[in-house]
Design a protein around this ligand. Structure first.
Ligand SMILES: [Zn+2]
Length: 201
């Protein structure tokens, strides 16, 4: 099953000028945030799009089914997401193997990972890179501030405990974050390309 599916799968570089690509990446990143938030109970780390990332859309035939962003400066997979209905077809295995083999240095994958992704990384001998204590402390502070902001702004009756801010407010924030974290870099890249007369593709 896994192997026979592979030829139908292909990857394209995310195109910030394409509204279809922007829409697809926003959708998958939103689903990633919502899904990982259910698992981790806080704002998940990982960035879908930035100047220092190579972002790839994954397709089955012509349908986008997920994405992968790779940190070019650290030779590390920043994020990988495949929509639930397209999992267990070997898509993540295929792209990670391809990127690993093309990587000029030993490629890593950034934690935190879902249990399935952790298992896959181990099978493919891709080391998992954990945040440094500094990064971890910064992340924890950012999450604490975020939770405080959610609590302050929440107008629902159940404000939530210290550890678990209001679920409704959190989900709304994740949806807004997904739109902003894909749209803003896309617009910035478009503007940069315009300023440079299209020299940056
Ligand atoms: Zn609320």
């Amino acid at each position: 099953m896994t192997e026979t599916q592979a030829p139908r799968v292909h990857a394209t570089n995310f195109d910030y000028r394409s509204s279809r690509d922007v829409e697809a990446l926003t959708l998958f990143f939103k689903d990633y945030l919502l899904e990982e938030h259910e698992r981790l109970r806080h704002f998940p780390s990982g960035i879908p799009l930035a100047s220092w990332l190579n972002t790839i859309l994954l397709h089955v035939d012509d349908e986008p089914v997920g994405f992968c962003s790779a940190d070019l400066t650290r030779y590390a997979i920043e994020l990988i997401y495949v929509a639930p209905e397209h999992r267990r077809l070997g898509i993540a295995r295929w792209i990670l193997t391809d990127l690993r083999d093309a990587c000029p240095e030993r490629m890593r994958i950034k934690a935190p990972l879902s249990p399935a992704c952790r298992k896959l990384a181990e099978q493919l001998a891709i080391p998992i890179s954990s945040p440094t204590p500094d990064e971890e402390a910064r992340g924890e502070r950012a999450i604490k501030d975020l939770h405080e902001t959610i609590r302050q702004r929440c107008r629902h009756r159940r404000v939530g405990s210290d550890l678990r801010p209001c679920h409704r407010c959190y989900q709304a924030l994740l949806r807004r974050a997904a739109v902003a974290m894909v749209t803003e870099p896309s617009v910035a890249m478009r503007n940069a390309a315009r300023l440079l007369g299209g020299a940056v593709a």
